[in-house]
Design a protein around this ligand. Structure first.
Ligand SMILES: Cc1cc2nc3c(=O)[nH]c(=O)nc-3n(C[C@H](O)[C@H](O)[C@H](O)COP(=O)(O)OP(=O)(O)OC[C@H]3O[C@@H](n4cnc5c(N)ncnc54)[C@H](O)[C@@H]3O)c2cc1C
Length: 408
């Protein structure tokens, strides 16, 4: 068997896999194939600095072109891997290229969930997943007079921040009864509701889009379920993502709404690992629970252990998950995973725009959302890393630094 490794997907997880393989001393050929034509780049700024114009496309690159050359990583861009035969040791791309692959890493990421309503195919109805999408949104924002954002998750809120700050009439439509309902406590949802309303965003909760109308093929109106018609020359849809699992399914790997991996990033075939948004993985701190995580930190950490697994090592992904969201001058930092919480403690006053929400399950700290409170965030991350907890009764007073509650 040859030692050739194929990595499918050249983004946060795929690039880290390649880098980690070299760092760990793998000297045999590595081919990294990405369907996008751009040098692999970071996605988070696409809804932040890139949209405001503060960050250029070039500044988003994860590594320089020279890096891949120096590390002898064969970077193939603009081609999609369409078939993988691990037994036969080869894969093919949509350009007809044949690649040797005795071991494989899948880092295929996720794609935006589509909104399928009459009119959703009109010009001016956009998504925000990749650099081309972001460039199209940027261009449309320059000429738009009225933007409708569908989806009140982090990407929708970040885009709403940028749109409202640029002076465009901005409406945000969310089907749930509150913003970021899936991932945050009601106190954080109401904080963001008031923040965005205060910036002039017209937020419509518990509303869904029935259809869209247009003129000459371009969107003009978004219709809501209460009969209301909202004018729009740009509609941005941010209603979540679905993992790209089709290659894994074709390979016969176990897939359950994500490529199922173990704590080492191994799939149901020991010659194949997977990392990043495309996976369903054991919760890093609570391995009996399977989760999907969509974050840079997860893509990077999972890629590191998956690279080690490909080389026969047994490294375990057990680091504390973290995430962030920038919305204008508000910086949210998240440590841990709050899903399954049964109690929260609010530390500080949301009215001051500096506070934290600490999440508990059965009396143990499991996560925190910190708004403009980096010291709280860091202390909770350290506490979770130490597998310690902080008593709910001790954390509410913002005058007591959380770090003073850490184990010594
Ligand atoms: C607008 C936006 C803002 C975000 N903000 C944040 C943030 O603030 N903080 C944070 O932690 N995370 C954020 N994220 C999420 C984060 O970017 C993702 O979790 C991360 O990019 C996942 O990396 P990945 O490598 O697993 O997948 P992806 O980044 O989705 O990359 C997968 C790549 O694989 C390619 N691919 C798929 N199938 C094939 C194939 N068959 N052949 C070849 N190539 C293939 C795709 O084209 C894609 O380029 C944001 C995401 C977006 C879109």
């Amino acid at each position: 068997m040859s030692d050739d490794i194929l990595i499918v997907g050249a983004s946060q997880a795929g690039v880290q896999l390649a880098a980690s393989l070299r760092d760990l001393g793998h000297t045999a050929p590595i081919t990294l194939v990405g369907a996008e034509r751009h040098l692999p780049y970071q996605r988070p700024p696409l809804s932040k600095g890139f949209l405001t114009g503060a960050a250029s496309a070039e500044s988003l690159a994860l590594r320089t072109r020279d890096y891949y050359h120096e590390q002898q990583i064969d970077l193939v861009l603009g081609e999609r891997v369409t078939g993988i035969d691990v037994d036969g040791g080869r894969a093919t791309t949509d350009a007809g290229r044949e690649i040797r692959a005795s071991r494989v890493a899948l880092a295929t990421g996720s794609r935006p969930r589509r909104l399928v309503v009459p009119g959703s195919e009109l010009t001016g109805v956009l998504y925000l997943r990749d650099l081309d999408d972001a460039a199209a949104v940027c261009a449309a924002l320059h000429t738009a007079t009225s933007v409708v954002i569908i989806g009140g998750g982090y990407i929708g809120l970040e885009a709403a921040s940028v749109a409202a700050a640029s002076g465009v009439r901005t409406t945000l439509v969310e089907a749930a009864g509150r913003l970021i309902e899936r991932v945050a406590a009601p106190v954080l949802s109401s904080f963001f509701l008031h923040l965005h309303q205060g910036r002039g965003v017209d937020v419509r909760l518990s509303r869904f889009v029935t259809h869209m109308d247009g003129h000459d093929g371009a969107v003009t109106t978004v219709h809501l379920d209460n009969g209301e018609a909202v004018a729009a020359d740009l509609v941005l849809i941010g209603i979540g993502v679905t993992p790209r699992t089709e290659l894994a399914e074709a390979m016969g790997l176990q897939v359950q709404g994500g490529i199922v991996v173990d704590r080492q990033g191994r799939t149901s075939d020991s010659r194949v690992v997977a990392a990043g948004d495309c996976t369903l993985l054991p919760h890093p701190l609570q391995p009996d629970v399977m989760v999907r995580l969509e974050s840079v930190q997860n893509a990077v950490e999972q890629a590191k252990v998956a690279a080690a697994a490909l080389l026969g090592r047994d490294d375990v992904y057990d680091t504390v998950p973290w995430f962030w969201s920038d919305q204008g001058e508000v910086k949210l930092q998240i440590a841990g995973i709050s899903a399954g919480y049964d109690a929260v403690v609010v530390r500080g006053d949301p009215g001051t725009r500096k506070f934290s929400v600490l999440y508990y399950r059965q009396g143990r700290l499991i996560a925190a959302d910190s708004v403009n409170a980096p010291a709280d965030y860091l202390a909770v991350r350290r506490s979770l890393t130490a597998r310690a907890t902080m008593e709910p009764g001790d954390v509410a007073d913002p005058a007591v630094p959380l770090k003073s509650l850490l184990p010594t």
